[in-house]
Design a protein around this ligand. Structure first.
Ligand code: ADQ
Length: 475
């Protein structure tokens, strides 16, 4: 089995706070051996390319510090102020600055230079996410002939939006350096294919192989999952049990609606609050029967649009609470904090409704965590945005258009009135999928596809033939 070289912006092989995907990537590295390479998260006055090696939970990691200008132009700039909004269909928020594009290219060149000596001839390389789109091509330019795969964790936007990016053509062309690209959904894959055909003049075969300029690139739908078994166990842990009791007590018999998201404009938090307010206004009789607990830890605070959404949400929560609160009831409890996974599991389990309404999301793992944490005999109802990648699989959720306050309001009404038998049957079908397509399934689906890609041209050198015991020749 080939070693795996995982390359991502941040490296989080350690236990504890590491999310499910980090756990899966670590498991992949432990299974096959290899290295997880990326940015340390630290600043340095001048880039040196010096690698810090560590062993975290049995995984070998290699990180490199970046200088201020790289962090500003590559991370806060092109990645989070250009690509993130654009790929989430927010061209109104996307900032197109040549210095960002230049810094992004420079940082990717630096990553390629630094990781190059760590790659051995038989290694499989797996690059993660939008921070590193051109990394494969930088590695090829340095002579790497290994199999290289890429996974996109965010949506691939429609080409009519994507063409607003000045450097788009060069950027997409560099992706043909990969052997395989994984997307969470068929929709994102089709969107990419559409760009290849209509903007680059390439072609797509029936088995999802893109060809352009004599190069071939296999495309794969590979939806990310969670560690469902672990999350189920967490939801039955002592911490989760205590959290569940505490949260339910604090709701004093009211139905708890819960939202858990990074504080990000793509998560549709303002629209969610407005939908909830609509529900309060349209159903005065239900008003004091519900409470919304929204947990949203701040992220990317260095970027202005994130500061703005934080201020706007605080204002909106205050306004709704001011308009509707009574002496003994506050409609929205809004908490800006990160919690342990066992605490979150307890919060999910305490609720009657999980409100997951991103305006756009590559997948959305909170929806899956919510399902995995439910009590099988009395499960809560998942209300899920049609525009989350997760909606492609989780069709038994109550699906809504997150832009419509009316639909959110109606969905809350439907979920509150849903009979136990229907809640159980929807949950069972959702849980089956969450358990089947879990995070290890995701890991193995991608790595198996990378191993299976047919190589062409100079890179197709077959392994030397070896004599087997029976005298047959095997590869
Ligand atoms: P994110 O945009 O970060 O991920 P998501 O998939 O929902 O979105 O994952 C968020 C993770 O953070 C979940 O595991 C959740 O439990 C955790 N989290 C959220 N709020 C928290 C809190 N208050 N305390 C502690 N933990 C919290 C990106 C893409 C997604 C895609 C994933 C994986 O944007 O679309 O699903 O990558 O590919």
């Amino acid at each position: 089995m080939s070693r795996l070289i995982v390359i991502s912006n941040r490296v989080s092989a350690g236990g504890g706070a590491a999310g499910g995907l980090a756990v899966a990537l670590s498991a992949g590295l432990r299974e096959n051996g290899g290295i997880w390479f990326g940015w340390s998260g630290e600043r340095i006055d001048e880039f040196t390319g010096q690698i810090n090696f560590r062993i975290e939970d049995g995984v070998r990691t290699a990180t490199v510090d970046l200088e201020d200008q790289d962090i500003e132009e590559y991370y806060n700039g092109f990645a989070n102020r250009t690509l993130w909004p654009l790929f989430h269909y927010r061209i109104d928020l996307a900032e197109y600055e040549r210095s960002f594009a230049g810094g992004y290219r420079r940082a990717n060149e630096r990553f390629a230079d630094t990781v190059l000596p760590l790659i051995e001839p038989e290694d499989h390389v797996w690059v993660q996410d939008y921070h590193m789109l051109p990394l494969g091509s930088e590695l090829r330019a340095r002579g790497v002939t290994n199999r290289i795969g890429f996974f996109l964790h965010i949506p691939w936007p429609p080409r009519r939006l994507l063409v607003t990016l000045p450097e788009v053509r060069e950027l997409v062309e560099t992706l043909f350096a990969y052997d395989l690209i994984g997307f969470h959904t068929r929709e994102w894959l089709d969107s990419f294919a559409d760009f290849v055909v209509h903007e680059l003049g390439g072609a797509i075969s029936d088995d999802d192989v893109a060809t352009w300029n004599g190069q071939r690139l296999k495309l794969l739908v590979c939806p990310a999952g969670i560690d469902a078994a672990e999350f189920k166990a967490l939801s039955e842990s002592e911490t989760a049990r205590r959290t569940c009791i505490r949260v339910r007590e604090s709701a004093v018999g009211r139905a708890l609606i819960v939202g858990v998201d990074r504080l990000d404009y793509s998560k549709g938090l303002e629209e969610r609050f407005q939908g909830y307010e609509r529900f309060l206004s349209e159903h005065p009789e239900e008003r004091k029967e519900v409470v919304l607990l929204q947990i949203a830890p701040p992220s990317r605070g260095a970027v202005e649009s994130y500061q703005q959404i934080r201020t706007r949400l605080e204002g909106l929560a205050g306004k709704i609470n001011g308009a509707h609160a009574a002496l003994d009831w506050v409609p929205i409890r809004y908490v800006n904090q990160a919690y342990g996974r066992d605490v979150l599991a307890g919060v999910y389990r305490a609720s009657r409704i999980g409100l997951v309404t991103p305006l756009r999301d590559g997948m959305n793992l909170v929806a899956k965590e919510y399902v995995a944490a439910q009590d099988p005999s009395d499960p809560g109802v998942l209300i899920l945005s049609r525009f989350a990648g997760a909606a492609e699989e989780m069709t038994e959720a109550v699906l809504v258009n997150p832009h419509s306050a009316e639909e959110i309001s109606d969905a809350i009404r439907t979920a509150l009135a849903m009979p136990l038998a229907e809640r159980i049957s929807r949950w069972e079908r959702l849980m089956e999928k969450v358990q089947q397509q879990d995070v290890m399934w995701w890991l193995h689906r991608f790595t198996a596809a990378l191993s299976a890609v047919e190589l062409h041209g100079e890179r197709a050198n077959p392994l030397p033939l070896i004599e087997s015991d029976e005298g047959h020749e095997v590869a």
